[in-house]
Design a protein around this ligand. Structure first.
Ligand code: NAD
Ligand code: IPM
Ligand code: MG
Length: 362
């Protein structure tokens, strides 16, 4: 008898509902094919939750997320809510609240170039071909959550905005271990990215990473300043295997890494707690500029579902099948507009989802 597994789908805003609908089709097919007994339910988060409940993370959604075996999120945000004067009532706060409430501190953002997309990258083919790197981003600390924060008035009525970049050594150690373990399971090369020439918080970061090295003598550890890392990611990205960094640097570097894979529409992610429970989402946002037009690439979300099966639901075979199906549709020359190149056939969001389903069934 199969044990049923509860998966909570959080479509969110903008292209979120479109890409999650395609991913739902894929999950239904693999559930059937591999007898996974996935029970899929949906809840609101972000702007859609603000519209329905007046807040971006309603209690119903949070308790469903806590009860679920795994969560798959589309994206949140959009211009409709960007001018909300109460900063707590913003879609992004719903996503950040889920990450902190569920203690999802370990964010894995793999940037893999499918060989079929070597032409889709804006970089030269030889720079990106064979690319397979992993960014490990700390997700529940750093400047995103540090206190004090706010906008205050100084003497003379001058307003100033302020945030606090803070990490304690335990927070650094636990993300460090995630990264060392990941490097150990790959090519045993870890690059820690910081700004230790300027920021004390990252002086401590570097010190703790060095300390952890003793536990992982088989992993080669190096350090790089974030400005150089941004440059090196574009200049020679294949020099990296695993990168570990804090919340904000990881946010920025992972968008840069996305373009190495051809499109931000290709980059999946896993956000894990200490027990491996997780929320899975594409690295991109709600793309308001293309929402509702059938132009969104659903593959980052579909690949996030594969990560979910592998990391939280222990279904590596089903995950492999999804990734093979994605590779197959790329072999067939099917492309959403963001990854379109000469000689390929342009398809819509739902045609891409249907093609992945067909590849799974074939
Ligand atoms: N995890 C999330 O939910 C998340 C992540 C990033 C941004 N956001 C939010 O999304 C909104 C828009 O932010 P942004 O414009 O800076 O970033 P974005 O990632 O939404 O879009 C950047 C560009 O990439 C394109 N793009 C993104 N995903 C795509 C896909 N799947 N297929 C094809 N093209 C795609 C968009 O059309 C746009 O041109 C903001 O409200 C932001 O806060 C949410
Ligand atoms: C929407 C925003 C809060 C989020 C982040 O900054 O973490 C996004 O950019 C991401 O990369 O997941
Ligand atoms: Mg981001």
């Amino acid at each position: 008898m199969t044990m049923s597994k509860n998966v909570l789908l959080l479509p969110g805003d903008g292209i979120g509902p479109e890409i999650v609908a395609e991913t739902r089709k894929v999950l239904e097919v693999v559930s059937e094919k591999f007898s996974l007994g996935l029970e899929l339910s949906e809840a609101l988060v972000g702007g859609s939750a603000i519209d329905a409940y007046g807040k971006p993370l309603p209690e119903e959604t949070l308790s469903a997320a806590k009860a679920a075996d795994a969560i798959l999120l589309g994206a949140v945000g959009g211009p409709k809510w960007d001018t909300n004067p109460d900063f707590q009532i913003r879609p992004e706060k719903g996503l950040l609240g889920l990450r902190t409430e569920l203690e999802l501190f370990g964010n894995l953002r793999p940037a893999i170039l499918y060989p079929q997309l070597a032409h889709a990258s804006t970089l030269k083919e030889e720079v990106v071909s064979g690319l397979d790197i992993l960014i490990v981003r700390e997700l529940t600390g750093g400047i995103y959550f540090g206190k004090p924060r706010g906008i205050r008035e100084k003497e003379g009525g001058i307003r100033e905005g302020y945030n606090t970049y803070v990490y304690d050594e335990n927070e650094i150690r636990r993300i460090g271990r995630v990264a060392f373990e990941a490097a150990r399971a790959r090519n045993k090369k870890l690059c820690s990215v910081d700004k230790a020439n300027v920021l004390e918080v990252t002086v401590l970061w570097r010190e703790i990473m060095e300390e952890l090295k003793a536990e992982y003598p088989d992993v080669e550890l190096s350090h790089m300043y974030v400005d150089n890392a941004a440059m090196q990611l574009v200049r020679a990205p294949k020099q990296f295997d695993v990168i570990v960094t804090g919340n904000m640097f990881g946010d920025i570097l992972s968008d840069a890494a996305a373009m190495l894979t051809g499109s931000i529409g290709m980059l999946p992610s896993a956000s894990l707690d200490k027990n491996g429970k997780g929320m899975y989402e594409p690295c991109h946002g709600s793309a308001p500029d293309i929402a509702g037009q059938g132009k969104a690439n659903p593959l980052a979300t579909i690949l996030s579902a594969a990560m979910m099966l592998r990391y939280s639901l222990d279904q590596g075979e089903a995950a492999d099948a999804i990734e093979a199906a994605v590779s197959k549709v790329l072999d067939q020359g099917l492309r959403t507009p963001d990854i379109l190149s000469e000689g390929m056939r342009q398809v819509s969001t739902s045609e891409m989802g249907d093609a992945v389903v067909a590849a799974l069934n074939s």
